[in-house]
Design a protein around this ligand. Sequence first.
Ligand code: ADP
Ligand code: UVW
Ligand code: MG
Length: 407
Amino acid sequence: MNILVINSGSSSLKYQLFSMPDERPLCTGLIEKIGKEDSLIRHKTIREEDVQVTEKTLAVKDFGEGMKHVLALLTDSGLIKNTDDLEVIGHRVVHGGEYFSTAVVIDPDVKQKILGLSTLAPLHNPVNYKCIEFAEKIFPNAKQIAVFDTAFHQTMPEFAFRYAIPEKYYSEMHIRAYGFHGTSHKYVSERAMEWLGKPDVKMISIHLGNGCSITAVSGGKSIDTSMGFGPLSGLVMGTRSGDIDPSVILHLQRKEGKTADEMDKLLNNESGLLGLAGSNDMRDVMKMLESGNYDAELAIDMYAYRIKKYIGSYTAVLNGLDAIVFTAGVGENDALMREKICRGMEYFGIQLDAESNRIKSDQIREISEKSAGVKVLVIPTNEELEIARQSFELLREDPPCEQVILY
Ligand SMILES: Nc1ncnc2c1ncn2[C@@H]1O[C@H](COP(=O)(O)OP(=O)(O)O)[C@@H](O)[C@H]1O
Ligand SMILES: CC(=O)OP(=O)(O)O
Ligand SMILES: [Mg+2]
């Protein structure tokens, strides 16, 4: 069975076609910087030893246009000959709220719920929904599966996921922390457990992409995470503020008369690295740092400092620490950022080996000093493979495990 996986994030669309259950990728692809003039499309077709790469830079204005490019690339490379060639499409969906704790087959009710959660994940659920609609139209006979970022965090204890506001907002309106990037945190935690040969490992998984989050994982289960009700709290991100005192929001609403939509745009689209240094792309900000730009230096220091604070608090929550995992665009590629985060944490047993940290690789690797108490790992995430696995498992069950409605 071949499964196409669509991973629409806040700045990119990633896709992979897998042969299952052998988990063999038949193609992988990425469209970066969607919405900009210089979007980059990179597609790789893999046929045994023969790998063919197509790369182009052009303006891809939105995710709908991105999906058309994906379809053209799959067809042009001969991976799909007609629209009945695909039986299953697995979609990343960022917010599943309290509705979904596992992968589900998408039906009209699931779609309505995904769309209904859009105000809580405005950079994600609307595009996830758009990609589902596109796939349904092009591949009407394929099973469409949703795999939720929130699912992995359903194991958080209530004292970690509740907010200290009146109880009725939880019981009546389901206001609580959900957590995101769960598919990625789950995938890298499992790889770390295999690598370390230790199933009861206490670890901190740090996902640094355009969206960023950090999760405390104990024995493979999420016990706390930095994103909350929506994917806006916690770390400094590409365009999102992360943690901010709510009184700033109230102040801006009162003083400048900002509406909810204006605040949404300010905190989700105009903040983070973009608001501090003028670009949401860490590669640009790092270049500005090299040329001595103060705003870039401050943005980078704030980004690293926020992560350091969370590492400290999650070490307390876990009552110890065996490993830290860096993953996603920045976490996998930016040695200077990893160094800034880990610097001055010897007290915790965290000590990087400068040389291994500088090695560029797309493989799992250890970058800590041999003698350090905490292993620091770089693990390339593979949300698409995790989505393919969960989609395959869902369809394999007999009878198929349908959606779990929690309320
Ligand atoms: N070599 C690199 N050095 C620093 N940052 C990088 C590098 N490559 C990618 N990135 C960063 O990774 C981010 C994208 O990460 P990714 O995990 O693909 O994000 P998302 O899935 O949230 O769209 C980019 O915004 C860029 O800042
Ligand atoms: C949840 C989230 O922020 O996802 P991404 O990093 O892909 O934008
Ligand atoms: Mg992502």
